[in-house]
Design a binder for this molecule. Structure first.
Ligand SMILES: [Zn+2]
Ligand SMILES: [Zn+2]
Length: 449
């Protein structure tokens, strides 16, 4: 028998969490010093398991690379750092992500166009993009919410259920989204019909309204649990913001919920390049130094934002409207920015996540005109039959993918390829194997669940 070495910076909270999940509460409750048996030669059974399951505590991700650094930190420091830098998982889940169907439940012909009620093209375009969002519309068409909803007040979910049923099931060439348009003040207090509004802002309010509907009765829960509501599970993800002190090398991580990526594209002509700039490390120095908790002073630091948890539906806003500055002539950057039908987010992910999320384009919202308060919005959507259509108010016409990819996009909507979802995020509760191995870098714990 051998005691686990004290200098080991294995991630205690992850180990505890994994063991708790597996029902082995005894391990944690008794708070006993744990003895690990040193494996003398590779165990065939374990080798087979390793091929089947992935380690949840990747040694590279928890700082085994730099030996000097490891020696410089005390065990307590390492544990503190791991704790405060870790993503706090929700303690319970309101809607399981694996219940979402990212494909269409049913293939139908294209739905109706939406009549313009006077400057309502921003509203029509957003509603059309949402209507062709498979995981959302599958749920709306099944009336999962409406069947149980008892509220007498305005309910965005009930409104969307009715809208989608009308747009996809009426058999008409165009319908009037009167109910939603007449309740615009319930969706966004400051918006009004007859005035051109920003489509992205309207989209944000609709998504917020949908979340409020499904969270009715759960208002008192903590935010991390609230962020497991059905709507957030479709559109939401998390960004990691990491600040690294360049003197003591201390990393400070924060995690922010995110419902879309707003990309700057000054100086670049593609979404890929804009994403590269989005995750590019930024040096905090001179007048913008970082207050390091370890050094207890202002130091030079490096800040980097990466995608920590990729969403099921990715919404990208190209920041065409510069509200703060007017020197772009009317406040809009009108240049063409190229985008692809297939998008791989892995180069922009937090390294430790080891995810390769692949997405397929399904809707593009376009603005033509010189500022967000004028001009015209229309959109392109991919129907459940795989054919692309231009939805321009009441007009619906079939287009080629080539036409879609030529557009001066304002919003891009991508749905994740289900085959690119990390399999071992599903916890298998059958067994846990703890191995303390000399063979893999020495003194590294591998836990397989
Ligand atoms: Zn409702
Ligand atoms: Zn420092």
């Amino acid at each position: 028998m051998k005691t686990a070495p004290a200098n080991n910076s294995f991630n205690k909270s992850k180990v505890d969490a994994a063991l708790t999940k597996n029902g082995n509460n005894l391990f944690i409750l008794q708070q006993r010093r744990v003895h690990f048996k040193l494996s003398t030669r590779p165990d065939r059974q374990q080798e087979l398991l390793k091929k089947k399951y992935s380690p949840i505590n990747n040694p590279d991700a928890i700082g085994f690379k730099n030996d000097k650094q490891k020696v410089a930190k005390t065990q307590a420091q390492v544990e503190d750092e791991a704790q405060e830098n870790e993503f706090q998982k929700p303690t319970s889940v309101l809607y399981r992500k694996d219940k979402l169907n990212l494909h269409w439940n049913k293939i139908t012909s294209i739905g109706a166009g939406l009549r313009n009620l006077g400057n309502t093209c921003f509203l029509n375009s957003v509603l059309q993009c949402l209507t062709y969002t498979p995981p959302l519309t599958n749920i709306l068409l099944a009336s999962e919410h409406g069947r149980k909803c008892k509220t007498q007040q305005f309910c965005m979910m009930c409104e969307m259920e009715n809208h989608v049923a009308m747009a996809l099931g009426s058999g008409k060439s165009s319908v009037v989204p009167r109910s939603i348009a007449s309740r615009i003040k319930n969706i966004a207090k400051h918006m009004r019909i007859g005035r051109q509004e920003d489509a992205h802002e309207f989209l944000r309010f609709v998504i917020e309204g949908l979340q409020n509907s499904v969270l009715r009765g759960y208002e008192k829960l903590d935010n991390r649990i609230k962020e497991t509501n059905m709507i957030y599970q479709i559109f939401g993800g998390y960004l990691q913001s990491q600040v690294k002190c360049l003197e003591c090398k201390y990393n400070s991580n924060t995690y922010d919920p995110c419902l879309d990526l707003s990309l700057d594209f000054k100086g670049c002509d593609s979404v890929k390049r804009a994403l590269e700039l989005f995750v590019k490390p930024e040096l905090l120095s001179k007048g913008n130094k970082y207050k390091c908790e370890r050094c207890k002073k202002l130091t030079n630091a490096q800040k980097q934002i990466t995608i920590y948890q990729a969403p099921m539906v990715l919404t990208i806003q190209l920041k065409r409207f510069d509200f703060a500055r007017s020197f772009y002539g009317g406040g809009k950057i009108g240049k063409f920015v190229s985008f692809d039908e297939v998008l791989n987010l892995s180069p922009y992910m937090t390294k430790s996540q080891q995810e390769t999320p692949i997405y397929h384009l399904y809707a593009v919202l376009v603005h033509s005109g010189s500022s967000c308060n004028s001009g015209h919005y229309y959109c392109f959507v991919k129907n459940s039959n795989g054919i692309w259509y231009e939805m321009n108010d009441s007009s619906v016409s079939q287009v080629s993918l080539k036409t879609v990819l030529r557009q001066q996009a304002y919003l891009l909507f991508y749905v994740r390829d289900p085959s690119s979802i990390k399999k071992h995020s599903k916890v298998n509760t059958c067994f846990t194997v703890i191995e303390y191995s000399k063979y893999r870098g020495g003194g590294v714990f591998f836990i397989y669940i």
